[in-house]
Design a protein around this ligand. Structure first.
Ligand SMILES: [Zn+2]
Length: 231
């Protein structure tokens, strides 16, 4: 029994939320916000380690320690994905010098070499990060035109996981659109469409500034209504 458990653990891709992100008004100052991103580690079953969103530049020690809790050192991270280029999602990219690729939004690079991913017109193009093609990046524009999300199939959670950055700010923004709109949207119409698409593709969503949540039917209905109204 123990052997089977171990085997099934190894045969799944593990999605580990290192930090639940947040965003809120600064106490006593209506003009300022406090925000940091949800940061996620994916331990792919082929041994590839992926980090999605690396917090602010002041979080280096914290991020190292959170990774260490899962037995991962900064030199063991193979791919860095930032859902988009805002400062609270890219701040600690510098830690991952051993990675074979840094992807900031849809722009992929290794050192000073810029790679030709996501250059086609195909908006549904997917870039596999693991050898099983179970962990893929796809474009999800809206919050910024260059935003991407990571989709993890065959996860330990038993369903498909979408790590979406600020496409979703947090779970509550499904009922209250002002939450994601107030966080900034370069194209509201596109963002509605991509939110609907991701909710239909995924069983779980890891949003940009809140804890992971399960996607339920009523959420998909609401997001479909929002997207349809937007066309
Ligand atoms: Zn953000």
């Amino acid at each position: 029994m123990a052997f089977t458990d171990t085997l099934s653990t190894i045969q799944r891709n593990h999605v580990i939320v290192l930090q639940d992100g947040y965003s809120r008004q600064e106490d006593g100052d209506e003009t300022s916000m406090r925000a940091n991103c949800t940061s996620t580690l994916i331990r792919c079953r082929d041994g590839t380690n992926v980090i999605v969103d690396t917090m602010t530049a002041w979080d280096g020690e914290r991020l190292c320690s959170l990774l260490g809790d899962h037995g991962v050192g900064v030199d063991n991270v193979d791919v860095v994905v930032c859902s988009h280029g805002h400062s609270d999602h890219i701040g600690c990219n510098y830690l991952f010098q051993n990675a074979r690729m840094h992807l900031v939004g849809s722009c992929a690079s290794y050192r000073d070499l810029y790679l030709n991913h996501f250059s086609s017109e195909d908006q549904d193009e997917e870039l596999a990060l693991d050898s099983n093609a179970e962990v893929v990046v796809r474009r999800t524009p809206g919050h910024t035109h260059s935003c991407v999300s990571v989709i993890v199939d065959n996860s330990q959670l038993g369903g498909r996981v979408g790590i979406t950055g600020d496409l979703f700010e947090r779970r509550e923004d499904i009922e209250d659109e002002s939450i994601w709109k107030d966080a900034g949207s370069e194209c509201v119409k596109l963002q509605r469409k991509e939110r609907c698409k991701m909710a239909h593709l995924c069983d779980f969503i890891v949003p940009g500034h809140g804890p992971m949540f399960s996607v339920i039917a009523s959420m998909r209905d609401k997001l479909k209504q929002d997207a349809d109204l937007s066309t």
